[in-house]
Write a new protein. Sequence first.
Length: 353
Amino acid sequence: MTNEEILLFIIYIAAGIVVGIFVNRLLIPFLRKLAKRSKIKSDDLIVATVAVWILPWFVALGLFIGLQQVEMPTKYYDWIQRGLVIFYLFSATVILATILSGMVKIKSGSDDSILPSSSIISKIAKVAIYIFGFIFILQSQGVSVTGMLTALGVGGLAVALALQNTLANLFAGLQIISSGKFNPGDFVQLNSGEDGNILDISWRSTTIQAANNHIIVVPNSKMADMIIHNFTLPDPEFTFIVPFGVSYDSDLVHVEKVTLEVIKETIDELDGGVKDWEPFIRYYQFGDSSIDIKAFFRLKQYTDQFIIRHEFIKKLHQRFNAEGINIPFPIRTLIMQKEEGDGKEDQQRISGN
């Protein structure tokens, strides 16, 4: 290698570094500003992902051109060219995998019901892109992939038979996500009684965080077959009911007035209630020891019911005591029978709690 060849080699590498830095310092910030003005979130992701590879691309190009200035056997030129092609195809594969998995998350972040942001979708997207990228790299190097695909097909069939439960959970997870009925963050209640917020839908299971801060892990195949209440969709707001009763000698008009005042006071003091919604009560039956009533609230989300009910019961009990409204406790009448010597039955009626 002559001094002139070494000098040219260094110049081309330095030129690649300079151009890469120039693009990163001037062009990329300009593209980022344009992306921020756009309403499409994927613009920022694309610019950020490509920016990582700008400098390596130009350095590799400068290295390739610089090596061409050096005299060496033809086979070495061919190796260098193949290496450059592999590098660019690999970087393009990484970029596409990153952008695609990121766009899946972006779409779910802008739409709460169509496509949730969960690990299973991004992982499948990445794996698919890497597989296609690997096949494309092999084809670019003249490697026949037909036999490999055939072997993978036969091997995939054997793996599918061995991993039936795992694949059942995988496809059940895809079904759950594609249906849009359950998304990370939704508050759900299983038919087995457990409830909590969905943390993630992975390739094998759905993770739910219960109110006691414990984790509930449900296999996706089980999750798909369950009857599940989703308290977040289509609207997290819901109507909450608190039942109670008053004595039969109560003034029902006065009871209604006082109860509505307590409901509004509770809603105004707490954040969980929908303040522009008009609450109401309904008398719905003559109970065994009381006239039964239901008080209706409108709450922002399912978990707000606990503090609302807690405060409402305290305030209603205090207000009813002040207004002289009686909340009766159940009274039962027992009939006790005993036989006398003359064969007649004597009945004794006993009343108590």
